[in-house]
Design a protein around this ligand. Structure first.
Ligand code: UDX
Ligand code: UDX
Length: 429
């Protein structure tokens, strides 16, 4: 099938590449010239395991190409996915101005039937607005359909998630759109939830909000564990064997970040409000998440007393492992809080350092965890990269001014850390 992705970011580029790998002809459009030039020259603008090889393979087979021109993308395809970013506005609402702009541009250039699919995470009712926008800008008066097909990929495992979905959600208004999307998704061999557009839009917001609720719930329980002397790892394990609860998304820690959960929660709360429902549960999910980041700083403070002029080492900056994405990373809040009290920060992340350098001022970026450890009063683990699990902790201890570790992701065993001579505090243990 001939497919266009408008927006070649974490979602559009990876999803487009996976569709190409299944034999479709895919053209990725992005208005960021630098990004498109890089892709045209064989580079890849983001870090996502397995992506580079897949892009190279499909470009080599002439199934995947890149352009800054929407016209070119629209002419070369029958299905157009909108995958531009939908960042949060100050009031929590999603900023849909990019979605509107590209809908208009698509409408003005299309000369034959097109199926326009919203892939970006958007509030319920966006499909209707896209339809309206296309209708009033439909210069050549061609037939079209609008559909919703939310993504459920996790950064860091995006290629795997797209190729092995738990389910495919499709919201449509016509049999023609349903047929096309069913055919596109046949090779995935996954259950298809076929529904109306509004329900599909809600499935996405409700799913992300539910996962975020699970995380805040387990973080709240972790706080009880700390006060009572129970161990959150065991509590989560004991809960997780219940198939109704499941083990995933029960890792207590420094809170969730990323481009999705914080933004989607805020947008869901906002749209609920707009329709007259006060979604208090989700407001508390946000509150608990903010408290978790403060908790990390409180733990550092309790361990080193005065924060001013203390050297604090941060291991991990990305919002989760296996990505270079720094959007809404909990490390940003924690570092800012420490700096505001006068701490001196050294940091290392295996792949997110380039992006981190654009965000942080007055931080010493180090070449590895050992350089971070050199002379610091406290080490804070903010991202659970595998390579931090394997470091030589005796060497780390020798290098530190004070052997204190605050583990915001519970990657070490408290008993072992004590044996090694560390003052060690995880979350909820
Ligand atoms: C996506 C979704 O679209 C968002 O709704 C979801 O909740 C999170 O994931 P993501 O792929 O992570 O966004 O965003 P980003 O990596 O910023 O990619 C968006 C791309 O769209 C960028 O490359 C940007 O240059 C491009 N863009 C934006 C356009 O091509 N045209 C525009 O008008 C605006
Ligand atoms: C999420 C959704 O999982 C995905 O389905 C959606 O389409 C996009 O948003 P992503 O943000 O890439 O994916 O990563 P995810 O693995 O969900 O982690 C989000 C945040 O939650 C990270 O900061 C992570 O550290 C945190 N998290 C996750 C926890 O704190 N505990 C957990 O148990 C799981």
């Amino acid at each position: 099938m001939r497919i266009c992705f408008v927006g070649a970011g974490y979602v559009g580029l990876v999803t487009g590449t996976c569709f190409a790998d299944l034999g479709n002809d895919v053209i990725c459009v992005d208005n960021n010239e630098e990004k498109i030039n890089l892709l045209k020259n064989g580079g890849v603008p983001i870090y996502e395991p397995g992506l580079n090889e897949m892009i190279a393979r499909n470009v080599g087979k002439n199934r995947l190409s890149f352009t800054t021109s929407i016209t070119e993308g629209v002419e070369a395809s029958d299905i157009i996915f909108i995958a531009v970013n939908t960042p949060p506005l100050p009031n929590g609402d999603a900023d849909l101005s990019f979605v509107e702009t590209v809908s208009k541009e698509i409408a003005q250039t299309m000369k034959t039937y097109k199926l326009i699919v919203e892939k970006s995470t958007v509030p319920v009712e966006t499909g209707e607005w896209i339809k309206h926008t296309v209708q009033i800008n439909n210069k050549h008066q061609v037939e079209f359909d609008v559909a919703s097909n939310p993504e459920f990929l996790r950064e860091g495992t995006a290629v795997h998630d797209i190729m092995n979905p738990d389910r495919i959600v499709i919201g449509v208004e016509s049999a023609r759109a349903e047929k096309i999307l069913r055919e596109l998704y046949t090779p995935f061999n996954a259950p298809i939830v076929m529904t109306d557009i509004k329900s599909a839009e809600l499935i996405k917001h409700a799913s992300n909000s539910f996962l975020a609720t699970k995380i805040s719930f387990i973080n709240a329980v972790a706080n009880i564990c700390e006060r009572t002397g129970a161990d959150i790892i065991k509590v989560a394990e004991g809960m997780g064997y219940d198939t109704r609860i499941s083990k995933s998304f029960l890792n207590a820690g420094a809170g969730f970040g990323g481009s999705c959960f914080p933004k989607d929660l805020a947008a869901f709360i906002h749209i609920a409000q707009k329709y007259g429902y006060d979604f208090k549960l989700l407001k508390e999910v946000e509150n608990i998440n903010n408290e978790q980041k403060k908790l990390v700083v409180t733990k550092v403070k309790k361990a080193v007393w005065i924060l001013k002029d203390k050297k604090i080492g941060i291991l991990g900056l990305a919002f989760k492992p296996n990505t270079d994405d720094m959007r809404r990373a909990p490390a940003i809040d924690v570092i800012e809080m420490l700096q505001s009290e006068g701490s001196v920060i050294k940091a290392f992340d295996p792949v997110a350092m380039d992006r981190a350098k654009q965000i942080f001022k007055n931080i010493t970026f180090c070449k590895d965890p050992y350089e971070v450890a050199e002379g610091v009063d406290c080490l804070v683990i903010m991202t659970e990269w595998n390579e931090f699990k394997e470091i030589d902790l005796s060497l780390v201890k020798d290098k530190m001014a004070n052997p204190i570790i605050i583990d915001g992701r519970n990657i070490y065993d408290p008993a072992k850390m004590k044996e090694l001579g560390f003052v060690y505090h995880g979350i909820g243990r």
